[in-house]
Design a protein around this ligand. Structure first.
Ligand SMILES: *[C@@H]1O[C@H](CO)[C@@H](O)[C@H](O)[C@H]1NC(C)=O
Ligand SMILES: *[C@@H]1O[C@H](CO)[C@@H](O)[C@H](O)[C@H]1NC(C)=O
Ligand SMILES: *[C@@H]1O[C@H](CO)[C@@H](O)[C@H](O)[C@H]1NC(C)=O
Ligand SMILES: *[C@@H]1O[C@H](CO)[C@@H](O)[C@H](O)[C@H]1NC(C)=O
Length: 495
């Protein structure tokens, strides 16, 4: 009886505003389409120095005095998922997700970053998590690297030193060997643009290096070669026996031309190439986008450099990197407008090198995050552009989500998910985009990087003032649960 009352109550509150909105796509999601939720190790695990874990760059940055993080927050405890993973899996089970995307902390497995010594306790944590997921019928989707390189490798230059390529591949090999019988979906990297541009260019993410127009290109050059080597390792030594699949997650906003002028349309395409193409063009076609090569070579010469600041792949490397994906993971949250300019900024930096302007109008619907405006139609345009630009790849949306103040009555989040998913469904139905999965960011409120705990993305609320870190389902969790049961965005779908 109680559950019937709950259900009726839920139906009334959730469907009152959501229902029968003529603008939402009314086609059911296909039977083989997968829904999941995501987290990342540093953002949820806590236990930063327990059971032999080594220090990583986020431990290092959050422990600086004065702290660069909002409210001096740290991920030392975060959601305490290291101790509460069974509760997390119970939440996942209750939501009814097909899969859970989480990441592995390199420093938990290899405390120094080097593979000479494996920390068995750290490995055991992930074996336990995977076992618990499997026991509950939930598929693990594992991100091998989500921004938290071991500090001892950072001390040697981190992603700007090419010794990290082989260290990463050694680390990946341990994961394939130890977890690959149970894990069938892998992502090598999460959002490499943030690792490289914000980590080594603009100092907006750990390790907070300021080297615009230089650091991010060196980082990316190593990261792409590490990705390719890990993909080939899996392909050659593990795939046949383990029968899994491996990709990479690349993030981008949609970039919409400000006007229909040829110059603005070209400017928007250039911005997409400098953001998504930077990683995807090498992986799909073997080299950096030509507009990046041209712009950066010309500007480097003007700035007095003997060679382009954009490193070059050898012919052998191009052939080696080309084709190293089974599917493309895409993280998308928002849209920017782009226009051309007659007076490009001559200074060094990724954005400056693109020689276009981008911005978000103030009157676009806002969230708790300054960069995140709600623009549902950008979803369809982006995935359709990816289909047309990269030879119709299989696409997994590996993150999409909305930030607020953590309220349990999170109607804004429900409305965001409805409209973005409707736009995605339109792309599948009307543009034939091959989207195979959708991942909501995030399972629960967590450590939002430089913003600490001030911006909340969770379907579940976490009480960060309580040592027990109690989790509570928000209204959006109930909405997502219903979506996963009906696979339908409106009251009644057509198949
Ligand atoms: C319903 O559609 C209108 C536009 O017709 C839109 O403004 C509104 O946000 C939509 N509601 C939801 C819950 O998506
Ligand atoms: C953060 O730490 C500094 C000391 O480094 C202190 O002065 C400041 O009050 C702290 N801020 C908050 C919000 O706790
Ligand atoms: C560009 O042209 C299309 C099709 O004619 C039109 O729908 C759209 O509103 C135009 N966009 C701008 C920004 O003028
Ligand atoms: C959080 O946001 C909700 C919904 O916008 C609002 O009703 C509530 O007052 C806010 N709470 C705080 C503490 O700001």
């Amino acid at each position: 009886m109680r559950s019937v009352i709950h259900f009726v109550f839920f139906f009334i509150i959730v469907f009152n505003e959501a229902q029968v909105n003529g603008t939402l796509n009314n086609k059911r999601f296909p039977d083989d389409f997968k829904f999941g939720v995501a987290t990342a190790s540093y953002q949820v695990e806590g236990a930063w120095n327990e059971d032999g874990k080594g220090e990583n760059v986020w431990d290092q940055v959050t422990h600086r005095v004065p702290s660069p993080i909002v409210n001096n927050d740290t991920g030392d405890v975060a959601c305490d998922s290291y101790h509460k993973y069974k509760e997390d899996v119970a939440m996942l089970k209750d939501l009814g997700v097909d899969f859970y995307r989480f990441s592995i902390s390199w420093s938990r497995i290899l405390p120094t970053g080097f593979a000479n010594e494996i920390n068995e306790a750290g490995l055991q944590y992930y074996k336990n998590l995977v076992k618990e997921l499997r026991a509950n019928g939930i598929e693990p989707l594992v991100t091998i690297f989500h921004w938290d390189q071991p500090q001892p490798l950072e001390d040697l230059g981190g992603w700007t030193n090419d010794i990290i390529i082989d260290q990463f591949v050694d680390y990946a090999r341990i994961l394939f060997r130890e977890l690959g019988n149970e894990v069938k979906y892998w992502l090598t990297f999460n959002e490499p643009k943030q690792t490289c541009n914000q980590g080594y260019g603009t100092a907006q993410k750990a390790p907070l290096i300021t080297s615009p127009g230089m650091g991010e290109y060196l980082c990316t050059h190593n990261l792409l070669r590490a990705h390719a080597k890990a993909w080939r390792l899996y392909d050659e030594e593990f795939r046949q026996e383990q029968q899994g699949t491996i990709g990479i997650t690349i993030d981008t906003p949609w970039f919409e031309p400000f006007s229909n002028s040829t110059a603005d349309i070209e400017a928007a395409e250039t911005k997409l190439q400098f953001t998504f193409g930077w990683y995807t063009n090498p992986i799909v076609y073997g080299d950096y986008p030509s507009v990046m090569q041209t712009n950066i070579a010309r500007r480097s010469a003007q700035q007095g450099f003997k060679e382009s600041r954009l490193p070059q792949f050898t012919e052998e490397e191009k052939a080696y990197i080309k084709g190293t994906y089974d599917f493309l993971g895409v993280n998308v949250y928002t849209t920017f407008l782009v226009s051309s300019t007659d007076e490009p900024d001559p200074s060094m930096g990724l954005d400056e090198d693109s020689e276009v302007l981008d911005w978000q109008p103030d009157d676009w619907e806002s969230t708790a995050s300054s960069w995140l405006k709600v623009v549902p139609w950008g979803m369809r345009k982006l995935v359709t552009w990816i289909k047309n630009t990269y030879d119709n790849p299989k696409i997994m949306i590996t993150e999409n989500g909305y930030s607020d103040n953590g309220t349990l009555e999170d109607d804004g989040r429900i409305s965001y998910y409805e409209r973005y998913l409707s736009s995605l469904r339109d792309a599948m139905e009307l543009d034939g985009v091959d989207v195979i999965a959708y991942t909501a960011w995030s399972l629960m409120d967590n450590f939002e990087w430089m913003q600490g705990y001030s911006e909340k993305f969770g379907l579940y609320h976490v009480d960060f003032n309580s040592p027990n870190r109690e989790r509570t389902a928000k209204k959006s969790a109930l909405w997502y649960k219903n979506l996963l049961e009906t696979r339908c965005l409106v009251e009644e779908c057509v198949d």
